[in-house]
Design a protein around this ligand. Structure first.
Ligand SMILES: [Zn+2]
Length: 209
């Protein structure tokens, strides 16, 4: 069976198992719109679907996915800002009470950043990954001579902290955080160990949730 046919069959199963069995919930979502519990910034990686990993139903999560789950700083240069536009909608229109930056182990974007896997300097990925350049430098300095796994993990987690800082550069996020209406979280899905870690601002460590 070809992949598109598998996907169409998947939709038919979804319609029978979820859409029909949970008709009331879907009707509410259609009638009243979405009021997601959290906004999640996740990686495009096919192994780290936030709704699946966090066992959520339709309507629960407002999800932004991009390469290496990065949040750019607020700036008006250039023309197209997909991640910033989605953040603005989630925060200003949907008033989500939580933003979770969900990083993960074995991130291809972070791998490219550390190992120079991006083919051309002019590529979209190389330009995009510059957001996490400080994480790369910190990893190279702090984990010199360490094994790949340790270095990559350190950089993946450091990049989450950069994104958390960048979130605060958007005035409409900073204001809501300061007013106690919005809470920011840095989470890390360890796909190898099957664990979910969260950044603890008191200990400055990622700890099992
Ligand atoms: Zn990734």
């Amino acid at each position: 069976m070809s992949t598109p046919a598998q996907l169409i069959n998947g939709f038919r199963r979804f319609r029978e198992l979820h859409f029909a069995n949970d008709a009331e919930r879907f009707q509410e979502l259609v009638q009243f719109g979405q009021t997601p519990k959290a906004l999640v910034v996740a990686c495009c990686d096919s192994r780290v679907d936030p709704a699946l990993v966090l066992d959520c139903a339709p309507g629960d999560l407002f999800v932004i996915r991009n390469v290496a789950n990065l949040v750019p700083p607020a700036e008006n240069l250039g023309h197209y800002h997909g991640t910033s536009a989605a953040l603005e909608f989630g925060v200003c229109n949907l008033a989500v009470p939580h933003i979770i930056v969900l990083g993960h182990a074995q991130c291809g974007g972070i791998h490219a950043l550390l190992e120079g896997g991006v083919a051309k300097e002019s590529s979209f990925i190389a330009e995009w990954m510059k957001i996490a350049e400080a994480a790369r430098k910190q990893t190279e300095q702090g984990f010199e001579g360490a094994g790949d796994k340790l270095r990559h993990r350190a950089c993946e987690q450091q990049a989450i902290l950069i994104s958390l800082n960048n979130l605060m550069t958007f005035s409409w996020i900073r204001e809501r955080v300061e007013q106690g209406k919005l809470t920011l979280h840095g989470w890390y899905f360890d796909i190898e160990g099957g664990e979910l870690l969260g950044y603890n601002t008191a200990t400055r460590q990622f700890e099992t949730l």
